[in-house]
Design a protein around this ligand. Structure first.
Ligand code: SAH
Length: 386
């Protein structure tokens, strides 16, 4: 039986202008956020425009969160469109946005230049706004409890495609779309689709744009950025050496290799001990306390002895260098697994705390809008309690 062609794929207005080469290579069009500021200046000069226009254009993007040439009234009308065409191509089109938590959570599905789709989630908290962004289309890590893990990897995102999710979130805060009044985006967590460490070059490029002050980037504080990983050990060491002290989150989910081999397939390559050693080195290098993520899955990894084992593994490597974020599992469609019972969760947390481990149960924002991955709230990572 023939499936009808989806209407939106027939609508030419949905097509983004693309050169033949870009389409063939499957590469996102060049964008100023891909480039360090001097490189932007060089391209603008090469195009025969005054070099300082590169900084003006960058300020529009990174401080006013716009790519609309008509809003750039400090640029000569004749140059605005040429500059935007040169360095501000369209990278993401909104497909739909869902609202949860009485408007405090906005989850948006974006369509990229090649029709790929990724999600980002914007969350308002007292005193801060956090966006959870994707680093890849799908994910190659195949963790059985994770919705994205079931999709497989389609492709990596470019630096600018990652940064663009942040720019759009900042624009939503700025316009009052998030809280009803203008606010600022303060926090970014790499906890959406994808494994950031498997797309290292693009992710570190994006991290640079996030922390560099305008006009080079947004000027966010490194401590308000969280990079979450299943545990690609060499990349953890690489990140530690970058000199940008972002917060590292390690998706551990089991303190023993026997279980972790099943929950996180890459554990067959880097074992729990090697991973925790790398996490500890990250703390040494950056002074940033590492977050240990632990999705509590009923009768799978929530036994008290595993809480004790986790505490022992952490304490073995020193005191105060890590804190644990238990996350109630957000069941994915078709999975037999579900969240731990409340009293089991309480015992798990209590066991960690008695062993001297700081522990904060993560809230699960947006679960009513199919958060699916369960990572939708980075509340605990940035100081809050549920
Ligand atoms: N690939 C990275 C970042 C994306 S996932 C990583 O794994 O760290 C962000 C967090 O959500 C991870 O800790 C991940 O293990 C967790 N997660 C994934 N699926 C989940 C689910 N169904 N319920 C709860 N947490 C989940």
């Amino acid at each position: 039986m023939n499936e009808p062609t989806p209407v939106e794929s027939l609508d030419p207005s949905r097509r983004l202008p693309l050169s033949f080469t870009e389409r063939r290579r499957g590469r996102a069009p060049r964008h100023l956020a891909d480039l360090p500021a001097p490189e932007r200046t060089r391209l603008v000069a090469e195009a025969g425009l005054p070099a300082f226009r590169a900084d003006q254009l960058s300020r529009h993007y990174f401080t006013r969160f716009t790519r609309d040439p008509d809003a750039m009234t400090d640029l000569p009308a004749a140059d605005r469109h040429r500059l935007a065409d040169l360095l501000l191509p369209s990278l993401a089109t909104e497909v739909r946005t869902l609202t949860a938590d009485r408007g405090a959570t906005l989850k948006t599905l974006w369509e990229l230049f090649d029709g790929s789709r990724v999600e980002s989630v914007l969350m308002a908290y007292p005193g801060r706004n956090t966006v959870c962004i994707s680093s890849e289309v799908g994910c190659g890590m195949a963790c059985p409890f994770c919705a994205t893990g079931q999709m497989g990897l389609t492709r990596n995102l470019s630096t600018a495609e990652i940064v663009e999710q942040v720019r759009l979130a900042a624009a939503a805060c700025d316009s009052g779309a998030l809280t009803g009044e203008p606010s600022r985006l303060t926090n970014v967590v790499f906890m959406g689709m994808g494994e950031p460490m498997a797309n290292y070059a693009a992710v570190i490029g994006a991290v640079r744009r996030l922390v560099e002050p305008p006009p080079a980037g947004f000027g966010l504080s490194a401590r308000n950025i969280v990079v979450s990983t299943v545990g690609l050990v060499p990349q953890i060491d690489r990140l530690a050496a970058e000199g940008i002290p972002v917060t590292l989150a390690v998706s551990l989910h089991a303190p023993d290799d026997e279980l972790r081999d099943d929950l996180i397939p890459i554990n067959s390559r880097w074992k729990v001990g090697e991973l925790l050693d790398a996490a500890r080195r990250y703390f040494e290098a950056t002074g940033r306390r590492v977050s240990i993520e632990y999705a509590l899955i009923r009768d799978i990894n929530d036994q008290q002895w595993r809480a004790q084992r986790l505490a022992d593994e952490l304490n073995l490597r020193g005191r105060g260098w890590a804190h644990v974020n238990p996350i109630p599992l957000n069941p994915t469609p078709g999975s037999m697994w579900t969240a731990s019972e409340r009293h089991v969760e309480a015992t798990f947390v209590d066991t960690l705390m008695r062993a001297g481990i700081t522990t904060t149960v993560r809230d699960t924002r947006g679960s009513d809008i199919d958060g699916a991955c369960g990572q939708l709230a980075a509340q605990a990572l940035t100081g809050g309690k549920r």
